[in-house]
Design a protein around this ligand. Structure first.
Ligand SMILES: Cc1cc2nc3c(=O)[nH]c(=O)nc-3n(C[C@H](O)[C@H](O)[C@H](O)COP(=O)(O)OP(=O)(O)OC[C@H]3O[C@@H](n4cnc5c(N)ncnc54)[C@H](O)[C@@H]3O)c2cc1C
Length: 383
């Protein structure tokens, strides 16, 4: 099996790196660190990459893509994640919101929403989690009550990434009685400026704008906003989550950070040399596990447990590298990009600070292990 990228794909990688080296400031560690202008900068760069046709290469031409293979898209994902995501939160549109709309949307929804994602011009939000419904998502209480050709939405969502500047949201709500759990759900594509939607930022160490709560009070949403069919929301949301879990090339940032650690004077100590070597081998495994999932996508399949397996390996690797950075650098690992003394312009600090969130976001570690056990290994659910 040949796992090398083609000469053309490597050429594209070099061109992309050149653009990112040229356009991203030295202290860039993503939109949540640095001055407010970095958010606008991320939109500018994303539009520029989109205008070169780079953003959605694997999408069909009719929706703004190039009909390229998923592997060309992988090159883009690897570089984008290694460069601390120049697209900001727009990666969600390309990675899983677009694919979910492509799979479940009506023709009208596809032609309305997909070209703008492909143009790098729109931020979406994922409105799934609620105060009492994270891992147990089917416990959600936000109601979408059908009245004629509209839904009236009431409830509260939480941990909504990018919610305070998102233009659109993918909302999972209950349209039928709570006793129907999985079969009583609907997914709605909503305009975040609709009256009755109130977004409140939640202060966390992840940075401003990152997490929000979103309250819905008698929000009117047209019935043609349903993604898939009413009652089938669980299946739509699970497919969307499956795309989400595999969309980010996390191993690429891990490999970059490991390279940075390898160049530090502390790396010369024998105990660190061994740890770095082991982590590099593990990063390669994470990469290959992710490639297995890309291969499934390339064959038109929706990954389930395979995506969870790749995700678990990737996020555990991040935590291992973060712990290694702590051991090598001590308190210097926590000096952020605002300080000129920050190691690698603050990249190490950002990596160390975010590493714990990987085993919670997009489905907690234990939930992913449950998916692997049941869907992958065929084990029975015991509670
Ligand atoms: C950085 C970040 C970004 C996020 N962005 C979004 C977003 O944009 N949109 C969105 O909708 N949500 C978002 N989330 C929320 C995320 O999906 C939830 O935090 C996650 O699903 C866990 O839910 P919870 O926080 O309610 O924790 P809980 O479900 O309460 O879990 C708490 C702990 O209990 C464990 N646990 C729960 N159930 C089980 C079980 N059955 N078996 C074993 N252990 C269990 C969990 O593993 C976890 O360790 C984000 C979270 C983070 C950290």
């Amino acid at each position: 099996m040949n796992l090398d990228f083609s000469a053309e794909q490597e050429e594209f990688r070099a061109e992309l790196r050149e653009l990112l080296d040229d356009r991203l400031p030295d202290d860039w560690v993503g939109i949540f660190h640095g001055p407010d202008e970095y958010l606008e900068l991320s939109f500018e760069i994303t539009r520029e990459m989109a205008s070169r046709g780079w953003l959605t290469q694997a999408w069909p031409e009719e929706y703004g893509g190039r009909d390229a293979s998923n592997w060309s898209q992988v090159v883009f994902q690897e570089e984008a994640w290694a460069y601390f995501e120049p697209r900001g939160g727009q990666y969600m549109g390309v990675n899983w919101i677009g694919p979910a709309i492509m799979r479940f949307g009506t023709e009208e929804q596809r032609s309305r929403f997909l070209p703008r994602i492909a143009a790098g011009d729109v931020q979406w939000a994922q409105l799934f989690s609620e105060p009492g419904a994270g891992s147990d998502l089917a416990n959600l209480r936000t109601k979408a009550t059908r009245v004629g050709d509209q839904y009236i939405v009431n409830g509260e969502k939480i941990w909504t990434s990018y919610g305070d500047f998102a233009e659109h949201g993918v909302l999972l709500a209950r349209s039928k009685s709570a006793s129907e759990r999985h079969s009583g759900l609907v997914v709605l594509l909503i305009d975040m400026s609709t009256p009755g939607i109130e977004v409140r930022p939640i202060g966390t160490p992840l940075g401003k704008h990152k997490l929000n709560s979103v309250a819905f009070t008698d929000v009117v949403v047209s019935a043609d906003s349903v993604l898939g069919t009413d009652g089938d929301g669980w299946r739509v949301a699970m497919a969307a989550l499956a795309f989400e879990r595999v969309g980010v090339a996390r191993y690429a940032r891990s490999t970059r950070v490991l390279g940075e650690l390898e160049r530090l004077p502390e790396a010369g100590r024998p105990e660190h040399q061994l740890e770095i070597a082991e982590a590099l081998a593990s990063a390669r495994v994470a990469e290959l596990m992710s490639y297995l999932v890309v291969d499934l996508k390339e064959r038109g399949e929706v990954p389930t447990w395979e995506g969870s397996a790749a995700r678990v390996h990737n996020v555990l690797l991040e935590q291992r590298i973060a712990a290694l950075a702590d051991r090598m650098l001590g308190p210097m690992a926590m000096v952020d990009s605002h300080d000129p003394a920050a190691v690698e312009g603050g990249e190490i600090e950002d990596f160390v600070r975010l590493a714990p969130t990987g085993t919670v976001a997009a489905g907690a570690y234990e939930i992913q292990m449950g998916i692997i056990a049941q869907r992958g290994l065929g084990l029975e659910r015991i509670r």
